[in-house]
Ligand binder design. Structure first.
Ligand code: CTP
Length: 432
């Protein structure tokens, strides 16, 4: 076996997965064919990975490929009891792991785990695990809906060391379209990163969060628009982090440039213009316990966009006239908010950040404001990391040093939860 030295993460040393011991347990569902990609991505990000295949998974995915991709032996059922091993393999693996991914989690492996039936290497390893486990089921939609599976899945929701990742809907290998499709590899990686950063915390359970993300586009004519460089990454990560912490999340977003799979599991409301964003936020505001206004709303729009494309010569004239200011959506939300609702605003600043942010905070009237620089490559629009100032009630202000955007999302959620704890919930919420 190679020495346990991680490769350098492609996201840099600050990657939360770099240097982590990740145990990947693969059970028998056709979604197992996606796991080699996850293992490869984990290794590229500097994680130390070991894999276990269940007997059914052995028929679907190659142990040789997994050993090669993980740079470590891949364990199969026949390895469990060996006269050469000083300790039982399932105990050694369970104790080695800092975080565990069980994906796909089949109906059988779920049942064995929940009932404590330790009759395979995979099940006995899972049962012996005290480390946090990300559980991503995959199965046929009728199986997923079956009372026995529902009961086992419900049981798992209550386990403190488990982060359950609901399967999504889509075309299944059996040709049915429905629930039971395993979370995409990109989402598994995001959820694992979240597990490392925030554990299996479910402190947002029963809460509803409304998030806005991304830029808006204000058309000038059918070919051109006024927009900005926002990618939507901060807002989308806030939404996913909240969902993983148990929140019911609505995401109103402009045109995004993020990994599309990061939107899985969120109730998305895509819009293009500021007017559409305002219209989408309106009906959702009442039911939200908290709002995070991460969208970079365009500041101006054409009073009346041209129906036909403007010739180049007419463009200069058009750019000089006939613009109006876009109303401040955040200020509108603050004015209309129910008494207990908590609102987080953002401030995109160039040059000196803190003084400008303080003035903006006073002007907008929200409960919290996160201000970040946008004139650097390692923070703000489109960057993987961010830094800035968090302003809060009672003139509180706290610098936040350079950190990944998912870590920042968790910090902002904790700050929101702190303010929310001081207020009564808007109303008891349940997922529709
Ligand atoms: N915002 C908004 N509606 C607008 C403009 C901004 O709701 N028309 C919100 C943003 O979503 C963000 C906050 O206001 O939460 C601050 O946005 P920012 O672009 O930093 O500031 P502006 O209000 O546009 O002010 P300025 O451009 O002068 O810095």
């Amino acid at each position: 076996m190679r020495s346990e030295t991680p490769v350098v993460s492609s996201l840099g040393p600050a990657d939360p997965l770099a240097g982590r011991r990740v145990l990947v347990l693969i059970s028998g569902s056709i979604a197992a064919v996606k796991l080699p990609l996850v293992v490869s991505a984990l290794v590229q990000r500097g994680a130390l990975v070991r894999c276990v295949l269940s007997p059914s998974a052995e028929r679907l995915v190659s142990a040789v490929a997994l050993a090669s991709l993980s740079r470590a032996p891949c364990h199969i059922e026949s390895d469990q009891w060996s006269h050469r091993a000083a300790r039982p393999l399932h105990i050694e693996l369970a104790e080695w792991a800092e975080v565990v991914l069980v994906a796909p989690l089949s109906a059988t492996s779920l049942a064995r785990w929940v009932q404590g039936l330790a009759d395979t290497l995979l099940a006995s390893t899972l049962i012996a695990c005290e480390a946090p486990v990300l559980a991503a089921p995959a199965m046929n939609s009728a199986m997923w809906a079956a009372p026995a599976v529902r009961r086992n899945w419900r049981e798992l929701q209550g386990w403190e060391h488990v982060l359950p990742l609901e399967p999504g809907s889509g075309l299944l290998a059996c040709d049915r379209v429905g629930d039971g499709r395993m979370a995409a590899p990109e989402l598994l990686l995001l959820a694992l990163e979240s597990l490392v950063l925030a554990g299996c915390r479910r402190d947002w359970r029963g809460r509803r969060l409304l998030v806005s993300a991304g830029p808006t586009r204000e058309p000038l004519d059918p070919a051109r628009c006024l927009t900005n460089f926002s990618s939507g990454r901060m807002g989308v990560l806030l939404a996913q982090a909240a969902r993983l912490r148990g929140a019911s999340v609505d995401l109103v977003h402009g045109p995004l440039t993020v990994v599309p799979e990061w939107l899985e599991g969120l109730r998305c409301h895509p819009v293009v213009t500021a007017a559409e964003m305002e219209a989408a936020l309106g009906p959702l505001q009442g039911g939200a316990d908290a709002i995070a206004m991460a969208a970079a709303v365009a500041d101006h729009r054409r009073r009346a966009p041209q129906a036909a494309k403007l010739p180049k010569q007419a463009l200069t004239d058009a750019l000089r006239s006939d613009w109006e200011a876009v109303p401040d959506l955040l200020a509108g939300l603050v004015q209309r908010r129910p008494p207990a609702q908590v609102i987080l605003g953002f401030a995109a600043q160039s040059g000196e950040v803190l003084e400008q942010a303080r003035a903006k905070f006073a002007r907008k009237g929200c409960d919290l404001l996160f201000a970040n620089p946008i004139d650097r490559t390692d923070a703000g629009f489109g960057a993987a990391s961010n830094e800035g100032w968090l302003l809060g009630p009672g003139e509180r202000q706290r610098p936040i040093g350079s950190t990944g955007k998912l870590a920042l999302a968790h910090e902002l959620l904790s700050a929101l939860a702190e303010v929310m704890a001081l207020r009564a919930p808007v109303q008891a919420t349940a997922d529709p």
